[in-house]
Design a protein. Structure first.
Length: 61
């Protein structure tokens, strides 16, 4: 996927639930929770979003 993006400059829409994969290969991430957008931005922004943490990444105690 990354090679295709680099070679052709195309936009690729990836639907994936493995957040580590998503964060590693994406320039921009949009996160949905039950159809509602709860996060949007570069991976670091989304990774720090409290709603995304709660829904997908879990919280530490």
């Amino acid at each position: 996927m990354l090679d295709v993006n680099d070679e052709f400059g195309t936009t690729i829409v990836l639907i994936e639930h493995d957040m580590s994969v998503v964060m590693d290969i994406s320039d921009r991430v949009v996160v949905l929770d039950y159809g509602k957008k709860i996060g949007d931005g570069v991976p670091d922004e989304v990774r720090a979003n409290p709603d995304v943490i709660s829904a997908y990444l879990g919280t530490s105690h």
